[in-house]
Every structure is written in C-alpha cells, then in structure tokens.
Ligand binder design. Structure first.
Ligand code: AKG
Length: 273
C-alpha cells in the first residue's frame, strides 16, 4: 500500500484497488460463486438451522460448511457466510498476497479474518446504509504513531463490472471520522454526500467498517455477486451474522487443506499451540 493509498484511505475511509485479482483468479472465483449460489438456493429452507444472535435464521450446510439466509427474487439478497468451506476455489483468497499487503498496512499487530460472505443481490435490491460516526470499538477507525490503526476492515472482491445502476457499493467519504450519528436513516439514495463506487471485474474495495456505507438499488436485470472478507486484530471473533462473536467457523476439511499461514489467519485469540 503506497503513500498515496494510505493518505486516501485515512482521508476518505476507503480505496478502490484496480486489478487486485488476475483474470485467472476472477474466472475461477466467478465459477465457484455461481455454483455456490445454486447449491445454497437448493438448501436454503432445509435443516439444520442456526439461529443468529443478531436475528436471522440460517441453514447450516453440513456437507459444505456454509451458512445461508435470504432469498432469490425481486428486491431480495442471498447471503452465504463461511464460503471458505464450500469450495477449494476460494482458497486463493485466504492469505492472498496482494490483499495482505493492504491489510497489514491498516490493521496493526497480528491480523485475523473475522468475516466472509458471498453477497448475491437480485434486481431491485439495495443494501441499507449503516455505520459511520461513533461506533462499537470493534469497528473503530484510528491512527497513532505507528500509522493507521483500524479495527475491522473489509475487502470486497468484484468478479464482474458493477455500475451505479447495477447496485454499486456506496459510501459517504470521511464519515469514519464524524463525531455524531447520521440523521439520514438507511436509504442509500436519501443521504447527502453518498457516492457509488463503480468498478470492473478484478477490482477490490478496501474500507474501514467505521465508514458509512451500503449498496445502491440494483436497477439492472443482472444479479450483483460479490465476495466480502473482513479482517481485524486477532482478539476479534467472527463478525459473520450467523456466528457472531463465536470462534471462526472453519471445517476440518478446510483446515486440512490450508497452509500454516492460512490457518494463522483464522486463529483468533488463543495463542498458537
Ligand atoms: O455491497 C453492498 O451492497 C453492501 C456491503 C456491506 O454493507 C458490507 O460489506 O459491509
């Protein structure tokens, strides 16, 4: 992460990273995403169920190790959490070298993954605006003598282009530093200062969870599909909705596949044995 990127991340709370993924990585992830969406839709209403402490009920898939909630249809979103377990094609995002250069520049100390979701947003869907201003310490943005000191940050990976009309991820730049809660509710189209971040396939967006963000309405016939990975200091447990504040949900099969460096990224709080 160069000096200009660090300056912009600190000033605005996000950066768009062009060509973060190679063409090969995009093609392989896009195939895995389509297959996982189909699998998750077929199993969505089946047992076993997992009740999230934050509200929604999930299907916990025993064979593929993911959690899914939501629906397919006009205005709906499907959320598949813990996608790592579902397909080895996602392994390339665990300890992804270019990503980790960015993450280590904005999170201090030992870093772990705390969130993983495939977000599938069908026509008519939007993501309500949230965060910004004073916030739970887990999501705070800070800066100290060592540089940027963010708690939870997220990388969004794009495997197809997304324009504003196709439901772009949107932000109110600088709101990670505001001192008052936003008075504008959660309609992303109603908030002054909200901008859409249009991207191409292979681009990434890195942002602090402290920033006010959401997703514009997808007014196109194309379904928007993105992968979101959260990072933070090692003491933070899962920030997935299905497994909030529990240890990271990594199956034995996934653990058996991973290199030491990949496993370390999922080693929250307890020290290495
Ligand atoms: O991409 C979107 O539509 C919203 C994503 C979001 O809220 C998040 O990643 O925290």
């Amino acid at each position: 992460m160069d000096e200009k990127e660090q300056y912009e991340f600190d000033r605005q709370g996000y950066i768009v990273i062009k060509e973060l993924l190679s063409g090969e990585e995009v093609a392989s992830l896009a195939r895995a995403i389509d297959e996982l969406e189909e699998h998750a839709l077929r199993h969505l209403d089946l047992p076993p169920r997992k009740q999230s402490a934050w509200g929604p009920e999930y299907h916990a898939n025993p064979e593929r190790g993911y959690h899914v909630q939501g629906a397919k249809g006009q205005g709906r979103t499907l959320i598949v959490e813990d996608f790592w377990n579902a397909d080895p094609a996602f392994d390339l995002l665990a300890d992804h070298p270019r990503t980790m250069q960015y993450i280590r520049a904005v999170v201090q100390g030992r870093v772990t993954v705390n969130n993983s979701e495939l977000r599938v947003r069908y026509t008519g869907n939007h993501s309500g605006t949230h965060m910004g201003g004073p916030i739970d310490h887990k999501y705070c943005y800070g800066h100290n003598a060592k540089g940027i000191d963010a708690m939870m940050v997220r990388m969004i990976y794009f495997v197809h282009p997304v324009s504003n009309g196709e439901g772009a991820f949107c932000v109110v730049p600088g709101t990670h530093k505001t001192n008052r809660p936003s008075p504008y509710g959660n309609d992303p189209h109603a908030e002054p200062g909200m901008i859409g971040l249009e991207v191409e396939a292979g681009d990434g967006i890195l942002f602090t969870e402290n920033l006010r963000h959401g997703g514009f309405v997808n007014r196109s016939p194309r379904t928007r599909k993105t992968l979101h990975v959260g990072y933070g200091p090692f003491w933070m447990m899962s920030q997935n909705i299905a497994t909030m504040d529990e240890p990271p949900h990594l199956t034995e099969q996934t653990r058996a596949r991973y290199r030491r460096e990949q496993l370390d990224l999922f080693r929250a709080w307890p020290p290495r044995a």
